[in-house]
Design a protein around this ligand. Structure first.
Ligand code: UDP
Length: 249
């Protein structure tokens, strides 16, 4: 069981050279219930900028659930792979929205797509992406892994490994970490300060999908689940403040 006094040590920002920020598409929709809500996108962009100003190199993966999810499409009779490609295209729209908000703030970014669409985004070439990071450009990886039957959690974990990120930061709306049961439904839910990937599997906790968890665990990549909707949350978490759950190998 979680022991609040054993709060895991989170390195101060200076210790993190490169991180992956994963947010779901739903984080961009504000109270609208669908699509992109520009003020919300701008708020997250300001947070990303404030972390970049700490000297941290930032990769981002944004989901597409605010626009389209393959599983819901296929549940309504669409062919699954086509529905998944639509979901991947939705992530490109979110990535472009985030790029626009970041560049408005003077932060240089590249949208790098796993599906070629050269007029709107760069194709994914690992060494080129690494170079962008070294030049302090925020790299937004779009179109998931480029393959159906995956999610953007897996895309974030895959790219975080390829880019040699030290951790994945998963920003959540309305929740400040991983709980033993859904805190929105159970008042007595307990938040873990720290938990292992094996425990997440064993307890079937809904942190990321199983393939993403396996990929992170097998490559010893820590995951930090934190509240994205608290202003300054991302920066605060990198400085070792605020509440979060650290999932480790
Ligand atoms: N998707 C996919 N392959 C990938 C990543 C995403 O097929 O590598 C599709 C899948 O249909 C998914 C949709 O894109 O439902 C949107 O991604 P996700 O559900 O991960 O978005 P989030 O829940 O984070 O907003």
């Amino acid at each position: 069981m979680p022991q609040p006094q054993d709060k895991p040590e989170l390195h101060p920002a200076a210790a993190y050279k490169r991180v992956m920020l994963k947010i779901s598409g739903e984080a961009l929709m504000g109270d609208q219930g669908f699509g992109l809500h520009p003020p919300t996108v701008q708020r997250i962009a300001r947070e990303v900028k404030s972390v970049q100003e700490m000297g941290v190199e930032i990769c981002m993966v944004i989901g597409g659930g605010n626009i389209f999810r393959g599983l819901s499409g296929s549940a309504q009779g669409m062919e699954r792979t086509t529905a998944d490609y639509m979901g991947m295209l939705a992530t490109v729209m979110n990535a472009l929205g985030m790029q626009s908000a970041l560049e408005e703030l003077g932060v240089f970014t590249r949208v790098i797509s796993a599906i070629r669409m050269d007029e709107v985004a760069e194709p994914y070439i690992r060494r080129r992406a690494v170079r962008h990071l070294e030049k302090k450009r925020v790299c937004i990886f779009a179109a998931g892994t480029g393959n159906p039957y995956f999610t953007t959690d897996t895309a974030a974990t895959l790219r975080a490994n390829e880019m040699a990120c030290e951790a994945i930061f998963m920003g959540k709306n309305g929740v400040d970490g991983v709980y033993d049961k859904d805190p929105k439904e159970h008042a007595d839910a307990v938040r873990y300060d720290e938990i292992s990937y094996d425990e997440v599997f064993a307890k079937r906790l809904k942190v990321m999908d199983a393939s993403a968890i396996a990929l992170a665990r097998d490559n010893n990549l820590p995951l930090i689940v934190f509240p994205l909707d608290e202003p300054g949350g991302f920066r605060g978490i990198l400085a070792g403040e605020g509440t979060y759950t650290k999932v480790h190998g």
